[in-house]
Write a protein that binds this ligand. Structure first.
Ligand code: AGP
Length: 618
């Protein structure tokens, strides 16, 4: 997704903005730019398609400045080139803006402004904001007044940074539907679309909410609500200051070849963090401060709907099984992008859980808003503290999995499964549909998972590498599983396709004979997730179906299951696990396999083509 950085203060504004953009590279982009202003109001603008390194070479001539805004663009309107790169300027090259989001009525605005004599340089929706501010600035008394008026014409979403040569000591940020946070330094202020851009300078932040605007000078910071109409006024408000709980070091690779590899190997720590402070194994109880404050409402819940996208949706599919098994609650997992257009029937007794690592996925955020409009209780399982979804749900639980930098989600998925399992047990105990003894047994098994994950990461590595060596050149792959491990198969397929670009399909193993089997010919590779569980025999017959057509089988099987070695071409072992909880660890070898295959194919593992870490546009 696009990235925004802004700086005002006594230091090298351009250098700080550039450093911030580099920290946002992981989010995916195709062009970048920086606009700056010196104390006399002389502005400099440099933009470049491609990587930030080519922008950096162009910045060398820019003199020291106190004010700068930077942007990394992931194209939504207009191809990735110089003209379409941000920051965009007004007609007179006095006002500069960097924008994240989508201006839905940009064509109408562009036509009206063109009619009024404005000339446009790009094909982007964003550029209209620069010209709107220019037009409003003619009659407004301050830049912030011009910005708030201009934004009252905008339909759609924005995370925005604005500077002007006429007010070279002012930095403005505004937000509606696309994340933007304020960094509070020592006599310096920063703007960013993602905390990773500024944690090197400050960990004290303010998260702007929708329709809020921040106005900085080198010695002052004010936050306003945006005016609702061109004649409306922006009103000053107070906001909480939060402290980011991870440092730059956290987000470094710590010796691993990629963020993705580092994050896969964080699984033991992530499980510990997900369980920490919530598990009373002996008593068979789960403590959730974020949910305890609404126990009465929760005890009336008679249905759960999970909303999420991608990996978070697959976690939701496991969550459905958890809630139906441990809480005996009817549950369904709905793709957020579908939920909001055909919202299921719901009421005050429906709990809608939003599952999101970033907490900024537009479809999931809109699904939360739709659920609230329908009177459902909205809960969140989110990793990024203070993110939009975390702030818009009525209650929830943070994963505390630390920053997940790689575009491919790995540790967050495992953390989501742990929190979902705890949540299901919490509901089961609250509704008295889960006995304390049973809950205690499940919780005790969960507490053993960090150590078992650590052992699995070591034990499985060589078998995974052997399988990746054998199959990294193929064009197609099946990932198959049943029951709790069907979502694991879906997730394994997503991991492989999104970072190695091998076409991979995840399927319920029982579905093969209903069509997909037609694809299988000699040498067709299939990953079969086949722990010793209640559907083991059925899954063995699926392997036989595939083998009869010449398929190659990589079996993810329970240690000690020797029979499987006679059937499969490769065997990767996982420990003996409680069936319901097995996805928490069975996904790890699939993550390792996808990572290894992508490395062997020379892919950019952390920043796969066409993808972004957080999809903040619909
Ligand atoms: C997962 O590897 C992908 N990066 C993607 O499917 C991701 O899970 C999805 O975009 C949802 O993101 P979220 O969890 O931040 O909402």
């Amino acid at each position: 997704m696009c990235g925004i950085v802004g700086y005002i203060g006594r230091r090298d504004a351009v250098g700080i903005a550039l450093k911030g953009l580099k920290r946002l590279e992981y989010r995916g982009y195709d062009s970048a730019g920086i606009a700056s202003c010196d104390a006399k109001g002389v502005v400099f603008l440099e933009k470049s398609p491609g990587k930030i390194a080519s922008l950096e070479r162009k910045l060398k001539h820019i003199p020291p400045s106190i004010l700068a805004i930077g942007h990394t663009r992931w194209a939504t309107h207009g191809e990735p080139n110089f003209e379409n790169a941000h920051p965009h300027a007004d007609c007179k090259n006095e006002i500069f803006i960097a924008h994240n989001g989508i201006i839905e009525n940009h064509e109408t605005i562009r036509a009206a402004l063109t009619q009024e004599g404005h000339s446009f340089r790009s094909r982007t929706d964003s550029e209209v904001v620069a010209h709107l501010v220019e037009r409003e600035r003619a009659s407004a008394s301050t830049l912030e007044e011009a910005v708030t008026r201009a934004l009252s014409y905008v339909e759609g979403t924005f995370g925005l940074a604005v500077i002007s040569a006429r007010e070279p000591k002012k930095l403005i940020g505004a937000r509606r539907g696309s994340p933007l946070l304020v960094g509070l330094g020592k006599k310096e202020y920063l703007l960013a679309s993602d905390a990773a851009a500024i944690i090197g300078r400050t960990r004290r932040v303010i998260y702007l909410d929708d329709n809020e605007m921040a106005v900085f000078t080198p010695s002052s910071k004010k936050i306003f609500t945006l005016a609702h109409s061109p004649s409306g006024a922006h009103k000053e408000i107070e906001k909480d200051v939060r402290t980011i709980d991870w440092t730059v070091e956290d987000s470094q690779k710590e010796g691993f070849g990629s963020f993705m590899e580092k994050e896969i190997f964080e699984a033991p720590l992530v499980i510990e963090n997900a369980l920490r402070g919530h598990v009373l194994a002996k008593a068979g109880e789960v403590k959730f401060g974020g949910l305890d404050m609404m126990r009465d409402r929760l005890s009336q819940t008679n249905r759960v709907i999970f909303v999420g996208c991608g990996t978070s949706h697959y976690a939701s599919l496991v969550g459905k099984y958890f809630f139906e098994t441990f809480a005996r609650l009817p549950a369904e997992a709905v793709l957020a992008s579908e939920f909001r257009y055909q919202p299921p029937v719901m009421d005050g007794k429906t709990a809608v859980f939003a599952i999101s690592q970033s907490g900024e996925t537009a479809d999931t955020l809109e699904a939360v808003r739709e659920a609230k409009r329908k009177g459902a209780l909205t809960l969140g399982i989110v990793n990024v503290v203070g993110s939009s979804i975390a702030r818009e749900v009525q209650a929830g639980v943070y994963n505390h999995a630390g920053p997940e930098i790689a575009v491919a989600s790995t540790k967050a998925f495992i953390s989501q499964l742990c929190v979902l399992a705890l949540s299901a047990i919490y509901f089961g105990r609250l509704r008295k549909t889960l006995a304390a003894l049973e809950a205690s047994a499940v919780l005790s098994e969960l507490l053993s998972y960090p150590a078992r994950a650590r052992r699995l990461l070591t034990d499985a590595r060589s078998d995974v590498d052997r399988a990746a060596e054998a199959y990294h050149k193929v064009d197609h792959f099946f990932f198959l599983g049943r029951r709790y491990n069907w979502p694991v198969a879906l997730e394994g397929a997503l991991k492989l396709k999104e970072i190695s670009y091998i076409h991979a399909e995840g399927y319920a193993a029982g579905e093969m004979k209903h069509g997909p089997l037609a694809l299988v010919n000699a040498g067709f590779p299939a990953f079969m997730v086949i722990p010793r569980d209640s559907v083991y025999e059925k899954t063995v017959s699926n392997i036989q179906e595939l083998k009869a057509r010449g398929a190659k089988i990589i079996a993810l099987a329970t240690e000690g299951d020797d029979a499987i070695a006679k059937l499969a071409d490769h065997v990767i072992r996982i420990p003996k696990l409680r069936e319901e909880l097995s996805p928490i660890l069975s996904v790890i070898p699939l993550q390792l396999f996808a990572h290894r295959a992508a490395v062997l194919r020379g892919c950019d593992v952390d920043r796969p083509r066409n993808l972004a870490k957080s999809v903040t546009v619909e």
